[in-house]
Design a binder for this molecule. Structure first.
Ligand SMILES: Cc1cc2nc3c(=O)[nH]c(=O)nc-3n(C[C@H](O)[C@H](O)[C@H](O)COP(=O)(O)OP(=O)(O)OC[C@H]3O[C@@H](n4cnc5c(N)ncnc54)[C@H](O)[C@@H]3O)c2cc1C
Length: 465
């Protein structure tokens, strides 16, 4: 009977000083309430990989309870297995699968509960996905600011920060987080909020999956009815003027309006290159929406299409598919200012060789949170730029380097990065994501909760000392 599994572990831990043999897979299976999936099992093919990366783990532990999570961590430690944690499986860097290790898959822990309707608080299982969350909360007239994609998981997005369609009105996903429940490396179950384990609560808001396996998240939701959302597509001629017009307007736009630009190259005669202004106005006040959107419809360029309409917030989230048959390198940076020089650089590069780029307008509620209030520090940024570079799988180092030239030019204007939008995972990425003081504080908290660095398949914070 697992009354308090952490006591059990401490005893096992003591016995392990020389005596207790590691658990066999059979023993794990018997104690585990979820399913343990092994190579050769029917389900293995469907669980071995993540959205971006193929993997061949030695076992996938489909956890259903916190005790399952604790058992799986213990098993991975005893057998010195690489340990990946998976909520929605959409890690851009493919961190939620591995070769020969263990994956703890939380997709069965996917509950969506309204805790208090009046206070608008909700609890989400870490394995729930944002599309289901938005649909479920719609029936209560509620919504959470999250990401833009239906199948992205609560776990990874929230632990990184969460930049979504209401970021200017309600801040990042972490700015609405009230508490988490997690299992630490030694199997202890903890709750962290602003009063309890408050250092840990600070760290999980932006520090990624470094401190334990988070099994549930409690959020402050918001009353959201219909929204006005869609895309105004322009011909990208005079790109510098379009960019300046968008930037100037977003500097004074109401917080209810969040927008994201997508620059697109031509994909054949049916899909010419374009400048897309993706918008979400999050109240159902039609008149106010029309007034707020008007300047975006009147930028200095030729509109090709405009499909903005009233819809439910859950229908703003879309599905995404990984482009097959190519190598993708995703880079990102926050820019303190979308300066004229940066805009000219983007416009010149695009004129030479059109590329895909996403620029998200920030500010509003996100910027009103002090930079040291959470482990995510890039609060004062005017915009967030994501530049995916697409290459043939056979691209040589030289070709790859040449293709990254645009990125290098843009990156020169950046300050800081977001762990959730990299396809790579280097020490430089970690250093870019966290200012020095943040990183030091994270390392101290890591030392306290995961001194052996059991959770290292992430943007890894090394334990202090
Ligand atoms: C198509 C697409 C669209 C996206 N759109 C957005 C967007 O609009 N806004 C935005 O902010 N981000 C966005 N992202 C980035 C996204 O936030 C990250 O990829 C995030 O890691 C995905 O979360 P997940 O739970 O699906 O990932 P997973 O692959 O399951 O997890 C990623 C990593 O997070 C950690 N982790 C996950 N769950 C837990 C847990 N419960 N406990 C401890 N550690 C955990 C682990 O280190 C894991 O390797 C997008 C990504 C994709 C692929």
């Amino acid at each position: 009977v697992f009354v308090d599994i952490s006591i059990f572990y401490r005893i096992i831990g003591l016995m392990n000083d020389g005596t207790a043999p590691p658990k066999s897979i059979q023993t794990l299976k018997q104690a585990f309430s979820g399913e343990i999936i092994l190579p050769g099992d029917d389900a293995y093919e469907t669980v071995r990989s993540s959205f971006m990366e193929e993997g061949h783990p030695a076992l996938v532990a489909m956890a259903e309870t916190q005790d399952d999570v604790a058992l799986a961590i213990q098993y991975a430690c005893e057998h010195s297995l690489i340990l990946s944690i998976r909520s929605g499986g959409h890690s851009n860097a493919g961190l939620s699968t591995n070769e020969g290790g263990m994956v703890i898959d939380l997709s069965k822990m996917n509950s969506v509960e309204v805790l208090d309707r009046e206070k608008q608080t909700v609890r989400l299982g870490a394995g729930a996905k944002w599309g289901i969350v938005a649909k479920t909360l719609k029936d209560f007239g509620l919504a959470l600011t999250s990401g833009d994609t239906v199948s992205v998981g609560i776990g990874g997005l929230t632990l990184g920060a969460g930049i979504g369609w209401m970021v200017r009105k309600y801040g990042l996903a972490i700015d609405n987080l009230l508490a988490v429940e997690l299992v630490t490396a030694d199997g202890e179950k903890l709750r962290a909020d602003k009063n309890r384990n408050s250092d840990l609560f600070w760290a999980v808001r932006g520090g990624g999956g470094n401190f334990g396996v988070v099994t549930s998240f409690e959020f402050q939701a918001h009353q959201v009815g219909k929204v006005y959302a869609g895309v105004i597509t322009y011909k990208p001629d005079n790109l510098d003027k379009l960019l300046r017009g968008w930037r100037d307007y977003m500097r004074e736009a109401p917080d209810e309006l969040t927008t994201m630009l997508a620059l697109m190259p031509s994909f054949g005669p049916e899909m010419p290159s374009s400048f897309m202004v993706m918008c979400c106005w999050d109240t159902d006040d039609k008149e106010a929406a029309e007034a707020a959107l008007k300047p975006l419809r009147n930028l200095d360029g030729e509109v090709i299409s405009d499909d903005i309409k009233e819809k439910d917030y859950c229908d703003v989230l879309e599905e995404a598919h990984k482009p097959e048959g190519m190598k993708i390198i995703v880079n990102n940076t926050f820019v303190p200012e979308l300066s004229d020089a940066l805009i000219d650089t983007i416009a010149e590069c695009f004129k030479r060789t059109p590329f895909v780029m996403q620029i998200r307008s920030l500010g509003g509620a996100m910027a009103r949170v002090p930079a040291d209030a959470t482990a995510f520090a890039h609060r004062d940024s005017e915009a967030f730029i994501v530049l995916p570079t697409f290459l043939p799988p056979t691209a040589t180092d030289g070709e790859t380097d040449a293709a990254l030239e645009t990125w290098r030019k843009v990156a020169a204007y950046g300050k800081g990065a977001y762990i959730n939008f990299f396809t790579h995972n280097t020490d430089e990425d970690v250093a870019a994501a966290y200012p020095e003081a943040t990183l030091k504080r994270l390392a101290l908290i890591k030392k306290q909760y995961d001194p052996q660095n059991v959770f290292n398949q992430n943007y890894n914070i090394k334990p202090a000392g």
